[in-house]
Write a protein that binds this ligand. Structure first.
Ligand code: PHE
Ligand code: ZN
Ligand code: ZN
Ligand code: CA
Length: 475
């Protein structure tokens, strides 16, 4: 027998004190949710944008290598998280530019909630507050949503615009090239441009004269965090204007640019009166030191609040699945808590990357005859008209056959004494990247059942089935 035994390091999980960085919406049912978007991660994205500028002549300006590198980097992060992405090119007076568009593959495509920020800088500097801050915040929120295991009711789309500094060229190009039917599907556009001004204000805007609920929601969110806001008429100075011109509701936040903070504003927000909100606005000193991280932290949590809530907003959508995640500890970050089955399966071993966080369920990988399982009980509401089980899985194997199933993991529902296999993945489904699987569990409405993963390996040549971010949702 040529199949070789391979040892694998396993780490105990009981007593692990990790806390997921993002609040799991399922814990608060349909209540308003406010995830904590990681400012540490957002700052790391800003470090990356600074590095890109530094390596490309000090800027990320349209038509220069630093812009293309920024776009490629953002796109790669979103691709890795499971987004469907597009690099949309267009021409400008300063050369070719690009929009990066990313869409989450679930949710009703007839109801789109879109969030955007411009990714380009001016030519004089790296553009870290303007608008690395908005780009990093929107990117981190998109990544956190992908990792949350939630399934949105609506379709979430993100836009990273090129050539805003040349006059909203990228966002105008995007909307002008959307077929009318596609424009009509966009329910809301949220814009984030300058979120971490060093002498920050907390401005909210929308340019729809009649106003819309989104701006009010931003105000209420900040108020709930004891941050006072001011309405500002930004006179179409950022990318929301392109959407607004089509009659799409818009809203956004802004921490201030060349404007001067009054003493009344310094009283309510702190900072320096009679000084610019961002004295480095459009200058070479808008670099990694030109940031107020408290402002960034508050602003990105506001983005998270809006996206989590508008993802679930009822725009008359009928398609499933919707609703919060009914599973507890769905990303395994609390270790074995809420799961039962074979000891040691839930692990933070560094030899297998998690889909999000550090923990995941690693079934198999022994290379000897073995079985393992993992399960959690869940009640699917009797009123459900749709229910799904979603999971992320990556599979690697030492098997070389392209036709014979040796090692398997079954995704099962245990309903009393009846076990039903919804899907089987095997050594033939090898995939180095995580892929999302969605299975229908509506048949179990009104029942308390166990979601179970049952893995079996034959006597040699390991196959590892690594599962993370499991979600059961019902509507
Ligand atoms: N869009 C402006 C720029 O990039 C900054 C700005 C953002 C101004 C929001 C007003 C409101 O230079
Ligand atoms: Zn600018
Ligand atoms: Zn800007
Ligand atoms: Ca995880």
């Amino acid at each position: 027998m040529s199949k070789s035994f391979r040892n694998q390091a396993r780490y105990g999980v009981l007593g692990a004190a990790l806390v997921a960085s993002v609040l799991v919406p399922g814990t608060t049912a349909s209540a308003v949710v406010s995830p904590d978007i990681s400012v540490t991660n957002a700052k790391a994205h800003l470090d990356q944008l600074q590095t890109i500028a530094t390596n490309n002549g000090g800027n990320r300006y349209t038509g220069r290598t630093g812009y293309r590198a920024s776009a490629d980097w953002v796109k790669s992060k979103l691709d890795a998280a499971g987004y469907t992405t597009t690099l949309q090119s267009f021409s400008t007076s300063a050369g070719t530019s690009y929009n990066v568009i990313a869409e989450w593959p679930q949710g009703d495509a007839n109801h789109v909630v879109m969030t955007g920020s411009h990714l380009d800088s001016v030519s004089s500097g790296p553009g870290i507050n303007d608008n690395g801050s908005g780009s990093a915040g929107v990117l981190e929120t998109a990544l956190a949503y992908a990792a949350s295991g939630q399934i949105p009711r609506n379709r979430l789309r993100f836009g990273f615009w090129g050539a805003e500094e040349l006059g909203l060229v990228g966002s105008k190009y995007y909307v002008n090239n959307l077929p009318a039917a596609e424009r009509d599907k966009i329910e809301l556009y949220l814009n984030f441009d300058m979120l971490a001004s060093p002498n920050p204000g907390y401005f909210v805007y929308d340019d729809n004269p009649a106003g819309n609920g989104a701006r009010d929601d931003l105000v209420s969110y900040f108020t709930s965090k004891s941050v006072q806001t001011e309405y500002i008429d930004v006179q179409g100075r950022s990318d929301h204007a392109a959407f607004r011109s089509l009659g799409i509701p818009t809203a956004g936040t802004f921490s201030g640019a060349e404007g001067i903070k009054t003493s009344a504003q310094a009283t309510k927000w702190g900072g320096t009166a009679n000084a610019a909100f961002d004295a480095c606005y459009h200058r070479s000193c808008d670099n990694i030191n030109n940031l107020n991280l408290t402002s960034l932290d508050r602003q990105i949590d506001a983005i998270g609040h809006m996206i989590w809530n508008y993802a679930q907003k009822d725009y008359g959508t009928t398609i499933p699945p919707t609703g919060p995640n009914l599973l507890q500890n769905p990303g395994f970050e609390a270790g074995a808590v809420n799961w039962t089955g074979t000891a040691g399966v839930i692990t933070n071993s560094t030899s297998k990357p998690a889909h999000a966080g550090t923990y995941k369920a690693w079934l198999g990988g022994k290379g000897v005859t073995a079985t393992a399982n993992l399960g959690q009980s869940v009640t699917i509401p009797a009123s459900a008209t749709a229910a799904s089980l979603a999971l992320w899985i990556t599979i690697d194997t030492a098997e070389t056959t392209t036709s014979t199933v040796y090692d398997t993991v079954k995704v099962q529902i245990v309903d009393g004494t009846t076990t039903t296999t919804l899907a089987t993945y095997s050594n033939l489904n090898k995939s180095t990247a995580y892929s999302l699987k969605t299975l229908n569990v509506l048949a179990y409405k009104g029942k308390t059942v166990t979601v179970r993963f049952l893995e079996n390996e034959d006597s040699s040549l390991q196959t590892s089935f690594v599962i993370d971010d499991v979600a059961v949702t019902a509507a």
